[in-house]
Design a protein around this ligand. Sequence first.
Ligand SMILES: Cc1cc2nc3c(=O)[nH]c(=O)nc-3n(C[C@H](O)[C@H](O)[C@H](O)COP(=O)(O)OP(=O)(O)OC[C@H]3O[C@@H](n4cnc5c(N)ncnc54)[C@H](O)[C@@H]3O)c2cc1C
Length: 491
Amino acid sequence: MKTGPAVEADIAVVGAGAAGLYAALCAARRHARVVLISATPLAQTASYWAQGGLAAALAPDDSFDLHLRDTELAGRVLVRRSAAEILVREAPDCVHDLQTLGVRFDADRFGQLALGLEGGHSVRRVVHAGGSATGRRVVRQLSALAVEEPHITVLEGARAQALWRDENRCRGLVCDDGRMIAARAVIIATGGAAALWARTTNPPGSQGIGLLLAHAAGAALADLELLQFHPTAVIGIPGREGFLVTEAIRGEGATLHDASGERFVDELAPRDEVSRAIQALLETTGQRSVGLDMRAVDPAHFPNVVAALRDAGLDPTRELIPVAPAAHYMMGGIVTDLDARSTLAGLYAVGESSCTGLHGANRLASNSLSECFVFARRAIEDALTIRSDEPLPAGADDLQELRGLPAQPLTQAATRDALWRDAGVVRSEEGLHRLLADPHPLARLIARCALTRAESRGAHLRAEYPERDPALDHRHVVVSGEDSLSWQTWN
Ligand SMILES: Cc1cc2nc3c(=O)[nH]c(=O)nc-3n(C[C@H](O)[C@H](O)[C@H](O)COP(=O)(O)OP(=O)(O)OC[C@H]3O[C@@H](n4cnc5c(N)ncnc54)[C@H](O)[C@@H]3O)c2cc1C
């Protein structure tokens, strides 16, 4: 790889979704010099597409304990309690901080934050903006601030290709055009990997690139078998395949129906339960979709969802919407501690690319945006304590190696089809073995982790092992070093 002279920064942030933007702004507020790089335009981040909102215990009938309990119940005995405790305690303050940054969340008629209800939540706790346009509103505001902020240099259209490390720590990164960024800390905020699956709710860029960068540089990954399937993605409508119909709509009374019009599942159960019930029905009937009836829901509360459905020729006020599960959220990722530190010094991971362990085996709806903000802030607080008297590396000669992506990655349609077929809602031993031969390095790691977890838990449903194995409670599959796999319990 040909490299140019290094740009210097205190903090390099890779990714400009909710996690990366907020991390950059937190660092800039502390007068750190930040370089923020983003491979795709704003509108192609998962954050921009987020509909429901952010979970935070703000209602008078809510509490940290209740939010923690719901998170743990959804997570199926795999939630790392210390991380979940941090989330529930710090999420309300992040909501307030976003308000001070100018994000305007929806309010009720008394001027209080309007809180939505979603599956797995025992009370209303989802803060939203523009009805179901939360991600768009938040990301637009944060990116406008980032562009104006003199401490932040934004490199749009720049793609991280390799991490720079010396013997001990991460020292920066290199972009695919050869630009080098030398930094005291690198924050990976590249989002999830659900777009590796053929049927997905995610933008095309969610391909786990940050996971591959971190892995190549020697940082540990974990829980790659734990990919959440969202129960209600639009199916069979050209141009809208995979479009997500937010859970908040079920929170307001939308119901799911089989071909004879009968309801068959508690629509507000956690996502793994609802997805499994739909999948089981589809397998027994041979149908492609079930019907989502949102005729009783006020369309004015979800203007962008209703408009998108109408654009696709569906009228949700008159007809049922055809939906089925689609790959949605990667619970696994780059292993981090409670300050978002990866196992490689100087390298942090925040947002969906990280694996804090707080989602366990099944993320509670709307906990991910909250996680982006809570852990981005913690990452910056920690990164700013890194000694600043060591010189930054001057060029590639100072560094042991550049640890990067294969020159020509990556995802072919065949890989996406293979992941959907072999690591979809139900995984068989035979399919996972087949996936081990896929050309995509992350697909192979996902298959290895999924084979290792010989049980069914949360989003991970193994045909041959339909039950949860209590011996694997609180046990995470960790990929480290030269692809070695081990079980770990995290405190
Ligand atoms: C349709 C949809 C609805 C959702 N609704 C909700 C919701 O209501 N509530 C909730 O909590 N969660 C929701 N989620 C999940 C949530 O939106 C994501 O988990 C979260 O936004 C991830 O944010 P992020 O900052 O980690 O990554 P992203 O927002 O995906 O941003 C990733 C960034 O990394 C950049 N990038 C990637 N690779 C590189 C590279 N090599 N070099 C440079 N840049 C790179 C991308 O360009 C992008 O800027 C939803 C997800 C989807 C898809």
